[in-house]
Ligand binder design. Structure first.
Ligand SMILES: [Zn+2]
Length: 271
């Protein structure tokens, strides 16, 4: 057996040994990096990002970001608890910050570390639009999409074999930077796959509805994104989240499903 084949074979074995369950699909996903390894990298990168950027505090917009974030986090926890995933968020350290930057972007790093740029607020067009973006970004983190992207990077680099026994902190850090791009250049973040986008759309829409925000807003938000993309400066958000007719059609269709899920939690009116 040649070297490459044996790496693949070992990788396949480890794939089954190093899995996490995605609570929203019930499916096993790759997780060469545990939250214990991942979250400290995430938290320190986030803190560093905040010290190097202009965090807005005490304004109505900054308060709104925190308020929406808290409501989304509570809704996510309610859903997870109701579906047998108590304790899933125990290592999360939720934080929601608004950063003064004209870039049209927002993101959530592993463990619940969220940033909104002031540049995305006009497209969000109010609290419900913010909730739509927040729900989507938080869902990438909840479904471990970043972790899967990191695990894929480990396999690509043949690190999975060594990694399973002793992933060095430095390797974790390098792959973290590669997968999230925060350390070097936040705008260089890799796009998620289309299936991850669809999943984050669906989970996000459900969570925002449980939080009491109208899930009909999602399609409207993406229409505004699309309109903006025709302008002189397409939103940075669109480089990682391409908007298209299919996406808008799905969001329109899934809004009813999200409302039905919210009803199970006693939420029947939305703002
Ligand atoms: Zn996304």
């Amino acid at each position: 057996m040649n070297y490459r084949k044996s790496i693949v074979a070992l990788g396949t074995v480890l794939l089954f040994l190093s899995c996490a369950t995605n609570p929203f699909t019930g499916k096993k996903t790759m997780a060469f990096v545990s939250n214990d390894q991942l979250f400290p990298s995430s938290f320190s990168q986030y803190d560093q990002f905040l010290t190097e950027n202009k965090v807005v505090t005490g304004t109505a917009d900054a308060e709104m970001i925190k308020r929406v974030g808290q409501r989304i986090a509570v809704a996510a926890e309610r859903w997870l608890n109701a579906n047998g995933y108590e304790g899933y968020l125990k290592d999360y350290q939720w934080e929601y910050n608004l950063v003064n930057d004209e870039t049209v972007n927002a993101w959530c790093m592993p463990g619940g570390k969220i940033v909104f740029y002031t540049g995305i607020l006009p497209i969000a067009n109010g609290e419900t639009g913010v909730a739509a973006i927040m729900g989507h970004e938080v869902s990438h983190a909840l479904a471990n999409h970043g972790q899967q992207r990191m695990s894929a990077a480990y396999i690509q680099q043949g690190l999975a074999v060594a990694g399973n026994f002793a992933i060095k902190d430095e390797q974790t850090r390098n792959i973290f930077n590669q997968s999230y791009g925060i350390g070097s250049n936040v705008l260089g973040m890799l796009p998620f796959s289309r299936s991850h986008e669809t999943q984050a759309d669906e989970i996000g829409q459900m969570i925002m509805a449980i939080a009491g925000y109208n899930p009909d807003e999602c399609a409207e938000l993406w229409k505004r994104m699309q309109a903006q993309s025709g302008g002189q400066a397409p939103p940075e958000f669109l480089s990682t989240h391409p908007s298209n007719e299919t996406r808008i059609a799905n969001l329109t269709k899934n809004a009813a499903k999200a409302k039905a899920e919210a009803k199970k939690f006693g939420v029947t009116s939305f703002k």
